[in-house]
Design a protein around this ligand. Structure first.
Ligand SMILES: NC(=O)c1ccc[n+]([C@@H]2O[C@H](COP(=O)([O-])OP(=O)(O)OC[C@H]3O[C@@H](n4cnc5c(N)ncnc54)[C@H](O)[C@@H]3O)[C@@H](O)[C@H]2O)c1
Length: 403
């Protein structure tokens, strides 16, 4: 019997015998691919600063995406010429994200405009009103919670009568005030509510706990993509039955948000979107570019910077999981800017405090843009550009008044 001949497989060790010139020939792009940081982080000792920990140890998978998110936000989006929009979906304010992160981001001038679910802004009011929201457990018996006048958002609890219904009662009282008796967009609605929130905060001896109050003080316009879909919308509808004259007009919001993005570009700057979760706030923020290009027929190229934190997958066709490259096909994101786009698959309640801390520790505050006060100016510029690009008149045949 002859011994079985050794298998002639090509082991990687074989390469060590290959002369240098040949290695290069066989692997022309090797150095380029292998030019990344070596993965050899130091032992964690417990004395590191959080931002240093992110830089040094978040090196792979969604840790690396979060690291890239911090770099993109702090290094590029916060440059002086970038207008930053932030969308908020998921139950963030009940989880304390308003107080811990969104308010500091607003105060530092790190967010210039917001699109939130109405729910996030409604639950924000409990904080301004000093109605406690508490840590509970997702294991609690919901029938027992209902018997005990408590509602649950996963592991967060709030009183039904003394928090939810009490907030509703006060909200209805303010919605019938004279300043609300007209048609308006949601930025104005939230600004007017924010003024009350700032006052409640002050009376309760609280400081910087409410997103609406902080946005009111900083002139950050807060839009909601679905004004009927929250307890704010429910209360607006409730008082309408009694003859309240408040009418929310979503077209105002669509045009104002579009005008903000166009003004960012036309002013020689850039536009960035930070999308926390998905849902309709994500689309509402991103649809500004298709509105410019597809509907208003103005030449434009898409968002400059895109950052999303989400749990949603792209393969279901849902918008929450849609990637920046898919957004390129709609004109939402500038294809030349795709290398600057980051999607981090994690929970906002983990990523948002880390990114906020990172940005605050590495970047000085920016001058507040106060876009709320700029709405008329940017709308005028948008209207002018629309009529310049389109040979149309007003529907009654008259010439548009552009000055
Ligand atoms: N009282 C109200 O006004 C009211 C109204 C609607 C919803 N809610 C509450 O708010 C909760 C959130 O509702 P929603 O309308 O924001 O929709 P949602 O929670 O479905 O969020 C939209 C998408 O964002 C992503 N997302 C959500 N949470 C995330 C997280 N923590 N991290 C990363 N991605 C996340 C998911 O992909 C999700 O599909 C509901 O569970 C409900 O309890 C309250």
């Amino acid at each position: 019997m002859h011994a079985k001949p050794a298998r002639k497989s090509r082991y990687r060790e074989d390469l060590s015998e290959t002369p240098d010139w040949m290695k290069k020939k066989k692997c022309p792009h090797r150095d380029q691919y292998m030019s990344g940081q070596r993965i050899l982080p130091k032992n964690i000792c417990g004395k590191e600063k959080l931002a240093d920990l992110v830089d040094a140890t978040f090196l792979a998978y969604n840790g690396a995406r979060l690291n890239e998110s911090c770099q993109l936000f702090t290094g590029k989006m916060l440059e002086a010429d970038v207008t930053v929009g932030m969308s908020l979906s998921g139950a963030l304010t009940p989880a304390g994200m308003g107080c811990s992160s969104i308010v500091p981001l607003i105060k530092a001038g790190f967010v210039d405009w917001i699109v939130a679910t109405g729910a996030n802004l409604y639950h924000d009011m409990h904080f301004a009103l000093n109605y406690p929201v508490r840590v509970g457990s997702f294991k609690f018996d919901d029938t027992a919670l209902r018997e005990n006048d408590i509602v649950r958002v996963y592991d967060v609890l709030m009183g039904y009568s003394d928090c939810l219904m009490a907030t509703d009662e006060i909200l209805r009282e303010i919605l019938v005030q004279p300043e609300f008796q007209k048609e308006m967009g949601t930025a104005e609605l939230h600004y007017l509510i924010g003024k009350y929130c700032a006052e409640w905060e002050r009376k309760a001896g609280l400081k910087d706990v409410s997103v609406l109050a902080a946005a009111y003080r900083a002139g950050v316009p807060c839009y909601t993509s679905s004004p009927g879909d929250s307890t704010i919308g429910m209360n607006v509808a409730g008082v309408e039955l009694r003859g309240n004259k408040l009418r929310l007009n979503p077209a105002v919001d669509v045009n104002e948000t579009t005008a903000i993005v166009l003004a960012a570009k036309r002013g020689g700057g850039k536009s960035a979107v930070v999308l926390w979760g998905g849902g309709s706030p994500k689309n509402f923020m991103l649809q500004t570019e298709p509105q410019i290009q597809e509907v208003l027929r103005i030449k434009e190229y898409g968002q400059d910077y895109f950052l999303q934190v989400t749990d949603a997958r792209p393969d279901t066709g849902g918008l929450s999981g849609a990637t920046p490259s898919e957004a390129v096909s709609w004109g939402k994101v500038d294809p030349d800017r795709l290398p600057d786009a980051v999607v981090c698959y994690t929970d906002t309640t983990i990523a948002m405090p880390i990114l906020t801390h990172y940005a605050l520790s590495r970047h000085k505050p920016r001058k507040l843009r106060r876009l709320y006060d700029q709405r008329a100016r940017v709308m005028k510029a948008l209207t002018k550009e629309y009529f310049t690009h389109n040979k149309v008149r007003m529907l009654d045949g008259s010439k548009p008044v552009l000055d």
